[in-house]
Structures are given as C-alpha cells and as structure tokens.
Write a protein that binds this ligand. Structure first.
Ligand SMILES: *Cc1c(COP(=O)(O)O)cnc(C)c1O
Length: 474
C-alpha cells in the first residue's frame, strides 16, 4: 500500500495544472469548463495508473511532471472542443460511400443551404396570398415536371418512404413480393422487417432465382393490398434466372384492381448506361410503364440530400397525406432547399451531368483520372522527397457504392504508397487524424488513393496530411 502514497501525494491539484503555460494559453480561446474537465481527466488517469500498480517496480518509470500533465490536458481539451461531424477527404474511390455521407451536394444546393439556414424562409407560406401553404409546394410541381408523375411527396429517406406507402396502402393486408427481391441494404434495412413494422403481411412468391407471372397470380386473393417490386440495388442474381417484367406486373395489377409499387432504391432520372455501367431503370421509365407508386433516395444516384422521394398517382399521394405518421417523417427546410436546387439542374441533362458531383464522378474520363493521378503523384514525390517511401500511379477500379450499380467496376487510376518499415495500416490511421482527415483504401497490404472521389483543391491538403503522418511514423 505505502509505495503508492508518495506517488498519489505528488499528483498536482487541478489549480496547479491550470497555472501551467499550455493551459493558461488555452484559457483565452476555450471555455473554462472544458479545460477543467480535461485537466481532471488527466489527473484521474494518473491516479488510476497508480492504484492499478501491484508493486513499487511497476511505478518506477512513472514521472509526474505538472507541465507534461498540462500539455496532455491541453491536447484533450482541443479534441473535446473540436466538432464531431467533420468534412473528410474521400480517397477511397467509392462515390456513394454511405459511411462518408453519400452524395456531396452540388454547389447551388450548398449555396441555397447557406442562404436559407440562418434566416426565415417561406417554408409553409405563400408569398402570393400571404397565407399558409404546404411545405411540399416547393417540390411537388418540380418533381412532376421532371418525371411525368401525377403527384409527389418527399420524406426523410427512402426507408421512410417505403414504410409510409406500405403503412398507408397495405396495413392489415397482404403485399406480394418475389423471393429474389427480399433486399437487405447496409445498416440492416430489410424489406421483410419494414413490411412487418408497417402492419402489412408479406407474401413471398417464386424462388430465389426464378419468379413467374403465374406465381403472382396464384398468390392474389381478397386480402392482397399491393404488388411490390424491389430493385435489387446492391446485388444481382445471375445465371439461371427469371423476373416478371414491370409491364406484366402492371397489367396483372390492373386486371385484379391492385396497385403496383416499385422501390427503386437508388432511382436515377437520367439513363446513365455506358460500357462500364449496365442499364438501370430510370424513374420516368417506371412511371411510364404504369407503376402506381415509385420510391427512391435523394442522396444516391440523384446526388442530392438525404430524402425519400415518392412519386405516383394523385389518389395514392392524397392518401399518404392523410396518414398521421407523415408528420413524423416530414422533411425540414434545409432538405427542401438542397433538394429543390439539386432537382432544378435536371431540367437540362447536360447541366446535371456537369454540376451534380455524383454524376460527374460517375462519368469521369480515364484520361482525366490519369492526369489527376499523375499530378498528385508528382506533387507527393516533390514535396515529400526528404521522407521515406515511393509513390506510384497504377490502374485499378472504383465502385459506385450506396446500393447502386452493384457489379460496375469503373476503370480508374490510383496513387499507391510503399515504404520499408512503414505499415500501411498505421499510416492510414494517422491520416484519419489529419485536418481534414483523409480516408484511403487499403488493399493487399498497400495504401491506395483513388483520385475519382478526390475533389479539386484537395491535393494540397492530402500532401500536408501525408507529410505530418510520415513525420510521426518515422
Ligand atoms: C437504399 C435503399 C433503401 C433505403 O433508402 P435510404 O434512403 O437509405 O433510407 C431502400 N430500398 C432500396 C432498394 C435501397 O436500395
């Protein structure tokens, strides 16, 4: 016991630490409460270390120097003071990286956020009549014009959209879905689970790989409320397969007097097909085929803010408006501002392709990627020539991510780093602590940066992050 006493007694009091230079300096910028808390945390951690020691020998290397404790506390306070949600550089090449916030917004949407966020706006107010208006007014007409839909409604995300439609149209009834379309997407959104939460009963038809028109026909009865088609947005069933065409489902629904819903998932307004990208159904295509209600995300291929877009027959959208649950799912003014401005770009497909970052990254030419990779490699080589390691440009592939184009492998260029004695994993970790943090790809024990998702102007920040990280590791 006694061997601990001397150490415990030498622990400085919080007031003593506050008199040390690093903390005195901080007191001018950061709240006192935060500094006190950090100083206390450091003292507590030393106390715990002393109490955990079993013999005097365990503590021999422990030095309690107030200036050092204060420096530790200053670092802690700085990190407590920083915000938790931060901008990061995405060097993974995955365009719709769900963990990195999916779509970076078009500049006009960013400007619109800045304009509306700090002031009042006509969210539910008609400037024409001076009376109350619906917040959906800002989006309804726009969405109808762009897609040919009869009516539109926007909620917080596509999961909410699917839930709202099922809850409104099919609660207490049956919904027929092909077994091959029982999707689970990241974050464990599962169609069967959403279905049961909505009060609808799931009726699975067909087998995993094959589903025929007759399977649906046999399942339809007086309890059937909806036929549901789910876009297999993050996987494909290949080989010996069969699905019932959209048009056939519509025809089947029409004859039985049952609505057809399609959960498109990523939902694109433009046909993005190219040699690298297989053809995906577009939103107008589904509506043209006669689907009664279509849902998709705002922050996947559309390239806007997180939102769930519901398009379809006026009668159905009216019913959705009458569901009390809608109040819990409604979007705020920031989402509306960002989405309206993203959507407006789609009036001219060329403008959308040029201005929506997701589309721009998806469509980048190989030559352009090669040029950017070569420039980044040269910059790193020149700026970091005194540090260890070799930079190389190699060819590789990017994935789209976010539950879109699951099989697409987009040819890209990567900048790779290798150095004797530097672990790529440790370097990647240091890069995550940079300001702004840089998220890279690790593959076959190699650190790779895919330039496809590196935005213009971020190269300098990458070089500086890399310089600091290598300094720490060598
Ligand atoms: C992504 C996806 C969803 C969920 O959309 P969120 O906007 O992420 O809520 C639902 N269904 C399908 C098929 C999807 O791909």
């Amino acid at each position: 016991m006694s061997f601990r006493q001397d150490y415990l007694r030498s622990l400085p009091a919080v007031d003593v630490l506050l008199q040390e230079e690093p903390l005195k300096e901080l007191a001018e910028r950061l709240p006192r409460k935060l500094i006190l808390q950090s100083a206390q945390e450091v003292i507590d951690s030393y106390r715990r270390c002393i109490m955990d020691a079993e013999t005097a020998a365990d503590l021999e290397s422990l030095k309690i120097v107030p200036a050092e404790l204060a420096a530790e506390a200053a670092l802690k306070a700085e990190s407590h003071a920083g915000t938790s949600l931060r901008a990061v550089i995405n060097a993974t090449g995955t365009i719709l990286h769900t963990n990195l916030g999916r779509a970076p917004l078009p500049q006009c949407a960013v400007d619109a956020l800045a304009d509306t966020a700090g002031t009042y706006c006509n969210l539910e107010y008609s400037l024409e009549t001076g009376e109350r208006d619906s917040r959906m007014a800002h989006l309804e007409e726009l969405l109808c014009e762009l897609t040919g839909a009869e009516d539109a409604l926007v909620v917080n995300n596509n999961a909410a959209a699917v839930f709202l439609v099922l809850n409104t149209l099919a609660s207490g009834g049956e919904v027929i879905v092909s077994r091959g379309q029982l999707v689970e997407i990241g974050g464990s959104f599962r169609i069967p689970d959403v279905m049961s939460a909505s009060g609808a009963r799931l009726v699975e038809v067909g087998t995993t790989n094959k589903c025929y028109r007759g399977d649906y026909e046999a399942a339809i009865n007086e309890h059937t409320a909806l036929l549901l088609k789910v876009h297999t947005s993050n996987y494909r069933i290949m080989g010996f397969t069969r699905e019932v065409e959209r048009g056939d489902m519509v025809e089947l629904g029409r004859r039985a007097g049952i609505s057809v819903m399609e959960d498109l998932g990523s939902g694109t307004l433009l046909d993005l097909a190219s040699p690298e990208l297989p053809s995906e159904p577009t939103v107008p295509e589904c509506l043209d085929a006669g689907v009664s209600v279509v849902t998709f995300s705002g922050d996947k291929l559309l390239g806007g803010p997180q939102a769930g877009i519901i398009l379809g027959k006026k009668k159905i959208i009216d019913e959705l408006h009458r569901n009390q649950i809608l109040r819990a799912l409604r979007v705020d003014k920031l989402t509306i501002a960002a989405l309206e401005n993203t959507l407006r770009l789609y009036f001219d497909p060329h403008t959308a392709l040029a201005e929506v970052p997701v589309l721009r990254m998806l469509k980048r030419e190989k030559e352009d990627l090669k040029r950017q990779a070569t420039e980044l490699q040269r910059l790193l080589q020149n700026e970091l020539q005194h540090q260890q390691g070799e930079w190389e440009v190699t060819e590789g592939t990017s994935t789209v991510g976010g539950g879109a184009f699951p099989l697409a492998e987009l040819p890209t260029y990567l900048v790779s780093f290798k150095a004797e004695g530097i672990s790529p994993g440790k370097l990647a970790r240091e890069l995550r602590f940079a300001d702004p943090p840089v998220v890279v790809r690790l593959q076959h024990d190699c650190l790779l940066m895919d330039v496809r998702t590196i935005l213009s102007g971020q190269e300098e920040q990458i070089v500086s992050a890399m310089r600091n990280a290598l300094d720490k590791l060598t």
